[in-house]
Design a protein around this ligand. Structure first.
Ligand SMILES: Cc1cc2nc3c(=O)[nH]c(=O)nc-3n(C[C@H](O)[C@H](O)[C@H](O)COP(=O)(O)O)c2cc1C
Length: 221
């Protein structure tokens, strides 16, 4: 079946995103590309006012240099989100990751308060200083990445891609297996991901192990 043109005769419905409204493009992308990790971003505005919000259009894009990206929209057309403005103006932000025990507090920081409200105080969260940048990290989060702005790509006035470079990471002590070798106990972090609809999330408690196959072992019996 098709929606929006095309000649698909297979069992997959074709959605032509060039013909869909942004709200419908969002529904298709956000309900299929799952689970998405959540960047819980802390910034300061140029006057030093604290701001925090979650972003699930987020991932890391490699090391050397260590790069991550955030996709930031607008509250309403022409009304940019504080996080994007603060990053643009100050060039610094902390990406905290979200454990299952942080879920409700994270959700409070997503409330669309005005710039005068400190979301961290509303969510009864505490902060710890960063080493290399001015915005602090969230003490209750198991992983915090201190980032500087590498570049920002603006797709019109209401959508920006923030490209950040990770300068330092803080990982909760009990989840560090071997600091010299940078080995982390990932399951211990108990991180969550964003799923579909308004409020579905996934835990990372269901896993399976599948070692890579060296080319010399292929074909195998
Ligand atoms: C789990 C979760 C993920 C979110 N991901 C995004 C996102 O990727 N991009 C975005 O623009 N807004 C996202 N939002 C909405 C923002 O967090 C929300 O608009 C917030 O109020 C922005 O705050 P700010 O104006 O202080 O930056 C998300 C909300 C939640 C709960």
């Amino acid at each position: 079946m098709d929606r929006g043109g095309g000649s698909g005769d297979d069992q997959a419905m074709l959605f032509d995103l060039t013909k869909l409204k942004p709200e419908d493009q969002y529904k298709l992308l956000a309900s299929t590309v799952v689970p998405r990790p959540i960047a819980w971003v802390v910034t300061l505005n140029p006057e030093g006012r604290l701001n925090a919000a979650p972003f699930s259009f987020f991932n890391v894009f490699g090391a050397g240099p260590p790069i991550l990206c955030l996709g930031i929209g607008a509250r309403r057309p022409g009304d940019p989100k504080d996080t994007g403005e603060n990053i643009r103006l100050t060039g610094e932000f902390v990406v905290n990751l979200v454990a299952h025990e942080n879920a409700e507090a994270m959700n409070v920081t997503a409330i669309e308060f005005g710039p005068e409200v400190d979301e961290l105080a509303e969510a009864r969260l505490t902060t710890l200083p960063s080493e290399k940048i001015r915005p602090p990290r969230i003490a209750e989060s198991p992983v915090a990445m201190e980032c500087t702005l590498h570049s920002m790509i603006e797709f019109g006035p209401d959508r920006a891609l923030v490209i950040g470079q990770v300068q330092a990471m803080h990982v909760r002590d009990d989840a560090v297996l071997n600091p010299e070798r940078c080995h982390i106990d990932t399951p211990k972090l108990d991180l969550i991901g964003r799923m579909h609809g308004g409020g579905w999330y996934a835990r990372t408690t269901e896993r399976f192990d599948m070692p890579r196959i060296p080319v010399g072992n292929w074909p195998r019996d």
